[in-house]
Design a protein around this ligand. Structure first.
Ligand code: TXA
Ligand code: MG
Length: 324
């Protein structure tokens, strides 16, 4: 199959209406989309990504009003929806019968998101169905933030990549669930900071365990071997890690400060001016760059654990080599 990169909404619509896959731009990462209401279309997503069927998919819709067709929106969830949608924010909600169980991997909850990208919002408005879309990377690899990243992983496997430029947020959406109207559980840290959610929610905002080892994603994003580069990556105290591997060709992935232990050209600063949003936006592109630059080892530092720094740290820790 020939994979075309273009910016034609009409072409994307044609493919999707024929139950084919289209990679779509969002502000977080590129998604691999199919008609969420058609099982034959959705199955192709799992096959193209080599993703296990037990890992459910986010359903993308155009408006808050349209959510009620697919899910039940209680008052606190609705308040959060109005604050953060469209945006890098996903609500895990009780589903209606309209959503095929293949999409939710058998769960009675569905993850719903309204992406904030003009091209994809327009696409969703024109389509008569919502789009199931995971990140458009091969399962386990770093998520794509440009059309070219998608092409590298999925060329020959999908017919069309809708090119909407580089993603402006750069890390996936924050996934939250409201329980009993009393608590907000954050299942995946992402493009909306916890501080912002807490400010709106007016109830406790609790982080679902980030580091728990899981083979089945009992909460979203819990599979550990995720976002991984082929080159081994380690996170921690950069100076001591460098000292541990004296004979390796090392790249350092840092925030805004150079380390005297390594030549400057081996160090990649995500935001020399110290902005966490900018660092998040560059994270996956830089991880992909380092992965193909011939290094033996990537050493990343821990970022400040606030704002989008939490999402950066989460992705880096998941990308880390498991000690064998
Ligand atoms: O920013 C994003 O959320 C991107 C863009 C494309 O929208 N999408 C994305 O999808 O990151 P994906 O599939 O790579 O990650 C979604 C996470 C997965 O960890 C999945 O297990 C979880 O959400 N998830 C989806 N539906 C769920 C459900 N019904 N119950 C529990 N977890 C769910
Ligand atoms: Mg993903």
């Amino acid at each position: 199959m020939q994979t075309v990169i273009g910016n034609q909404l009409a072409t994307a619509i044609d493919h999707l209406q024929q139950q084919q896959l289209v990679a779509i731009p969002t502000e977080t990462v590129y998604g691999l989309a199919a008609n969420a209401l058609n099982e034959a279309a959705v199955i192709q997503i799992f096959e193209a990504k080599k993703r296990p069927r037990f890992n459910p998919l986010i359903v993308h819709v155009p408006t808050i009003q349209s959510i009620s067709t697919y899910a039940h929106l209680q008052p606190l969830a609705e308040k959060l929806a109005h604050a953060f949608m469209p945006g890098p924010f996903t609500l895990l909600l009780p589903k209606t019968n309209v959503v095929p169980s293949l999409v939710t991997a058998g769960s009675n909850k569905v993850a719903i998101r309204i992406p904030q990208h003009p091209l994809t919002l327009e696409l969703l408005q024109q389509l008569p169905f919502p789009l199931a879309a995971p990140s458009a990377n091969v399962f386990g690899y770093v998520s794509p933030t440009t059309a070219q990243h998608v092409y590298k992983g999925l060329q020959g496997i999908i017919p069309y990549i809708l090119d909407g430029g580089a993603c402006t947020v750069g890390v996936e959406s924050t996934i939250v669930e409201v329980t009993n109207q009393h608590t907000v559980i954050v299942h995946r840290v992402g493009g909306i900071a916890l501080e912002a959610i807490a400010a709106v929610a007016g109830v406790p905002v609790i982080l679902a365990s980030e580091q728990q080892e899981a083979t089945v994603p009992n909460t979203p994003g819990q599979l550990k071997s995720h976002y991984a580069t082929t080159t081994p990556l380690m996170v921690g105290n950069v100076a001591s890690l460098i000292a541990l591997y004296p004979n390796q060709n090392i790249a350092v992935l840092g925030f805004n400060t150079l380390y005297p232990q390594l030549p400057e050209q081996n160090q990649y600063l995500l935001s020399p001016e110290g902005h966490l949003n900018q660092a998040a936006q560059r994270l996956f592109d830089t991880m992909r760059l380092l992965d193909t630059a011939g290094y033996d080892l990537i050493i990343a530092e821990n970022f400040p654990n606030e704002g989008l720094g939490r999402a950066i740290n989460d992705r880096l820790h998941r990308a880390q080599v498991q000690y064998k």
